[in-house]
Ligand binder design. Structure first.
Ligand SMILES: Cc1cc2nc3c(=O)[nH]c(=O)nc-3n(C[C@H](O)[C@H](O)[C@H](O)COP(=O)(O)OP(=O)(O)OC[C@H]3O[C@@H](n4cnc5c(N)ncnc54)[C@H](O)[C@@H]3O)c2cc1C
Length: 435
């Protein structure tokens, strides 16, 4: 009898204790997921931007294997016992959820019924319907760094085999974009001995350079031409960029920064590419321009000054400055809150709307806390009229005011590349939830 009681204490009590702990953890996780989902709905952020999981609820068993597998952590959650894409706009299409699902309830799809995703049509060699014009990386629809690297290399492989390549009176290929796809393509072009030029409208690294500071990047090993194997699986953004920069130096790759492709004209079997810095004659063009688009400008006098930027990269650079953040979405609120949290900058946040409905609750709360402690001044229903060297003129409901100012961060969204692709004659197709 005593033996039985001891056995109960040693085995059964810990077993049930464990079960209770598990149930409590699941309840808390479900509560968190429901809050994230509600926040996304309130902000109207319910449409994923590209490749994302479609969850068949009739097959979902609520195991949460997908939740655990997702490298972005808060994108999927269990709501009412079933998996749900709770933060759809944060999904970047890793696909780990699909692989982890024990009941095959998840399929990766492009676009949704409500919001189609327009994608360029390319051949297996990454050539568009415009002969000699190729596309690699996220612009073609498939996100992720490893895909971008592999596609950049494969596209160059196809370009190197085009008729009329290696003529000395023009470039073999103009590579546009220096994200992972464009960088890998540049290495491949160098390895193949092609005459090439790489232009980039911003700086090195593409989207990766704009990840939040310290972001853990999940990737898979890939081979970089000349450099060899890139072995990372989990790596900080900074370490990855440092590795690529070192590889760039070692391979002596030259990149033309702050040069934007504006348009292409046919030139026999090749093109004349017009850029913001001049023109290039080239046999082929590889577009590796991603899908984030070009930051939208305000179009006000004085905007061309170097104190105006379109994203927050390092908050520290604003220390001790008078900073105006412009915009009412998540990026604007995050930028204003981060600068005020991490530096002693004087921060103003200007938005033409009368509330921050378009932003997620957690960002609104961060700004509210900073306003309450006097670290941010919010100026709703205001618009920039003119930017001067040490000040900025704002139209407000109380009339025009001049604010002392050293730096401006404009977070007014981006112009998606779809129209640009069409202007180049590239045929696209719209996906409404197709695998
Ligand atoms: C928040 C976030 C987190 C992510 N986390 C991960 C992760 O952990 N792991 C992972 O594998 N992937 C991740 N991704 C996805 C990954 O960043 C992209 O899939 C990848 O960067 C795509 O590479 P790309 O070279 O095709 O395009 P991009 O990296 O977007 O680079 C395109 C470049 O082209 C330039 N460009 C655009 N237009 C022009 C023009 N007209 N002229 C000249 N240059 C131009 C742009 O300035 C940009 O530098 C994440 C994405 C986001 C947004």
């Amino acid at each position: 009898m005593l033996d039985t009681l001891v056995a109960a204490l040693v085995y059964i009590v810990p077993f049930f204790g464990g079960l209770m702990l598990f149930a409590t953890a699941r309840r808390k996780a479900a509560k968190r997921a429901t809050a994230v989902w509600k926040d996304s709905q309130d902000a109207g952020l319910i449409e994923p931007s590209s490749l994302h999981p479609h969850i068949d609820l009739s097959l979902c068993c609520g195991s949460a294997a997908c939740v655990t597998a997702c490298p972005e952590k808060t994108v999927i959650g269990i709501v009412d016992g079933k998996a749900q894409l709770v933060d759809p706009t944060a999904c970047i299409g890793h696909g780990a959820c699909e692989a982890a699902c024990p009941t095959h309830a998840i399929t990766l799809v492009f676009g949704t019924e409500r919001r189609g995703v327009e994608l360029p049509i390319v051949s297996p060699q990454f050539e568009t319907n415009v002969p000699g014009l190729f596309i690699a990386g996220e612009l073609g629809g498939m996100g992720l760094i490893r895909n971008a690297i592999m596609q950049g290399v494969q596209a160059i492989d196809a370009i190197a085999r085009l008729p009329g390549i290696r003529r000395n009176d023009r470039l073999d290929v103009l590579i546009v974009g220096a994200g992972p796809a464009g960088f890998a393509a540049s290495l491949a072009a160098k390895e193949a001995g092609l005459r090439f030029r790489t232009i980039e409208q911003e700086t090195f690294g593409g989207t990766v350079a704009h990840f939040p500071r310290g972001k853990l990047v999940m990737t898979a090993p890939a081979r970089l031409p000349i450099v060899g194997q890139m072995r990372f699986r989990e790596v900080s953004k900074e370490t990855l960029l440092a590795f690529w920069k070192d590889a760039k130096e070692r391979a002596a790759i030259e990149l033309n920064y702050e040069e934007q492709l504006l348009g292409l004209e046919r030139d026999g079997e090749g093109f004349v590419a017009q850029t913001s810095c001049g023109a290039y004659r080239t046999r082929a063009v590889l577009l590796a321009i991603g899908r984030r688009g070009t930051p939208r400008k305000l179009g006000v006098p004085g905007e061309d000054q170097s104190k105006v930027v379109y994203r927050l990269t390092d908050p520290e650079q604003f220390s001790g400055k008078r900073v105006l953040v412009v915009g009412g979405g998540d990026s604007a609120l995050e930028a204003a809150a981060t600068i005020s949290d991490e530096t002693n900058a004087i921060v103003d946040l200007s938005y033409r709307g009368d509330s921050f409905q378009r932003a997620k609750r957690r960002n609104r709360q961060r700004v509210e806390a900073a306003v309450a402690s006097g670290r941010i001044t919010v100026r709703l229903s205001s618009q920039i009229l003119q930017i001067d060297k040490l000040s900025v003129k704002l139209a407000t409901t109380a009339g025009a005011i001049d604010l002392p100012n050293d730096s401006i961060i404009v977070c007014a969204g981006g112009v998606l590349p779809t129209d640009f692709l069409k202007s180049l004659g590239i045929t696209t197709t719209t996906k409404h939830g197709e695998a």
